[in-house]
Design a protein around this ligand. Structure first.
Ligand SMILES: CC(C)(COP(=O)(O)OP(=O)(O)OC[C@H]1O[C@@H](n2cnc3c(N)ncnc32)[C@H](O)[C@@H]1OP(=O)(O)O)[C@@H](O)C(=O)NCCC(=O)NCCS
Length: 110
């Protein structure tokens, strides 16, 4: 008997992450989203982020936040399209290729 072909699942990953262990921030959630290079720019990231937003609402979080490398145009486009607003810039926040890099902070009230 022939089996129908398995539905192909893009190699990708997303998670909601605790923002801060202090109880005062229990209503705030950070998140991660990653799509394997060959699958990018095909709407996968958008679907993952939409689902994360739904899950965050189901879990009764009040706000989602993120900090992205200021040079991450794909990420920033994705978040902006999903309704995240720019809060500000952490200057010289990370190290990349032995250089200081800025990160952009964004938020979305749920
Ligand atoms: C960021 C990332 C998750 C986006 O995933 P994706 O599947 O490529 O995103 P989508 O195809 O759903 O595109 C979402 C939006 O971003 C835009 N976009 C995608 N790649 C882009 C790029 N390189 N430059 C500008 N905009 C881009 C798309 O046009 C789309 O906007 P639209 O809906 O208005 O057309 C993916 O690039 C990735 O995994 N990057 C490495 C990990 C990473 O940077 N994670 C975020 C850390 S903050």
């Amino acid at each position: 008997m022939t089996q129908p072909p398995a539905k192909s699942i893009p190699p990708c990953w997303a998670s909601l992450n605790r923002f801060n262990p202090r109880a005062a921030y229990d209503h705030v959630v950070d998140f991660s989203v990653y799509v394997e290079r060959a699958w990018r720019d095909k709407g996968v990231g958008r679907r993952l982020l939409d689902r994360l937003i739904e899950l965050a609402r189901e879990c009764r979080y009040h706000k989602m936040v993120l900090s992205a490398l200021a040079s991450n145009q794909a990420g920033i486009a994705l978040y902006t399209r999903a309704g995240f607003a720019r809060v500000g810039v952490y200057r010289e926040m990370g190290r990349l290729d032995d250089q200081w890099v800025d990160t952009l902070i964004m938020e979305k009230l749920l």
